[in-house]
Write a protein that binds this ligand. Structure first.
Ligand code: SF4
Length: 301
């Protein structure tokens, strides 16, 4: 089964690219492949000019400290048998074994301050903290290795609305301060609209539309993106109110994807060509690509 196929994108330093789509579309598979947590059968992954999908285990280990992850569930992603000090110190001791104990203590304290946790958190256990505080611990752990890229895999999905906003604001502040690149995987278009620079929309293992935040939220050209946006609360106040598009049926199995355009079984605009021919991503404006045959009939923006 090809969980993800023909997916191609880049993320600049200091940029956030969000991957959005329904669950099962392959977003998390992409994130884990980028991190080297899942093997890829084809294609290439580069970090700062270095191809990383073919590196030996030893060289990949050196690269890994440059890429970290923040997982969805702040309750299961922290080791309950370690105190906060040891959770945050783990990447430092793993990737920088020569760092002395006093320096580790100082660095952990500084990371706690950076993510807005009190100093005394250092000697406490994960179960003593709320979900939002635990996610802050997860962010401090991700920052401990001094990464350049952080994959946020539904990192705020499990949090209450007000806590979500705090964590997203924290990620934005840290991004500006540390020039971090973020691959932000989420199904929450409201959060994505608030914090992303660019968006890639995935459907059944493929990117069907990719562009700047404004291109996707204000001028989407793909029927799937339009359906997703119509089902979300008014995420972009300046956008015209969208008519609700009801998608028929369930997302098909990635093991046996439909012929032609993978979205044709649910697309309200599907026509004969869509069943036979797979549309390719095509530039529809300078910073916007969309994969839909209807683009052939519309002028470029
Ligand atoms: Fe719909 Fe056809 Fe466009 Fe696919 S190519 S999104 S089926 S109109």
């Amino acid at each position: 089964m090809r969980a993800v196929d023909g997916v191609s994108f880049s993320i600049a330093r200091g940029e956030t690219l969000s991957l959005v789509g329904e669950s099962g579309c392959g977003k998390s598979t992409v994130g884990r492949s980028v991190l080297g947590l899942l093997p890829v059968d084809g294609g290439e992954i580069h970090l700062d000019g270095v191809r990383i999908d073919t590196l030996t285990a030893g060289r990949m280990r050196a690269m890994r400290k440059r890429m970290q992850v923040i997982f969805q569930d702040p309750f299961s992603s922290l080791n309950p048998r370690l105190k906060v000090r040891d959770i945050i110190a783990e990447p430092i001791t793993n990737f920088h074994p020569a760092v002395r104990a006093e320096e580790i203590e100082r660095r952990v304290a500084s990371l706690l301050e950076k993510v807005g946790l009190p100093r005394d958190a250092i000697g406490r256990w994960p179960h003593e903290f709320s979900g939002g505080q635990r996610q802050r611990i997860g962010i401090a752990r991700a920052l401990a290795a001094n990464p350049e890229l952080i994959v946020c895999d539904e990192a705020v999905s499990a949090l209450d609305v007000s806590v979500k906003a705090q964590i997203v604001n924290l990620l934005q502040d840290l991004q500006r301060e540390l020039d971090l690149s973020l691959l932000f995987i989420s199904h929450d278009l409201g959060i994505v609209a608030h914090m992303t620079h660019r968006v890639a929309v995935m459907y059944l293992g493929r990117i069907v539309e990719i562009g700047t935040r404004d291109a996707i939220f204000l001028q989407s050209r793909h029927p799937y993106t339009q359906a997703l946006l119509s089902a979300a609360p008014q995420v972009e106040p300046s956008a015209a109110k969208r008519p609700r598009v009801i998608l028929r049926g369930e997302i098909p199995s990635a093991a046996n994807p439909p012929s032609g355009c993978r979205f044709h079984t649910r697309c309200p605009h599907a026509f004969e060509r869509c069943v036979k021919e797979e549309p390719q991503l095509r530039r529809v404006s300078s910073l916007h690509e969309s994969a839909c045959h209807l683009n052939d009939e519309r002028p470029l923006q």
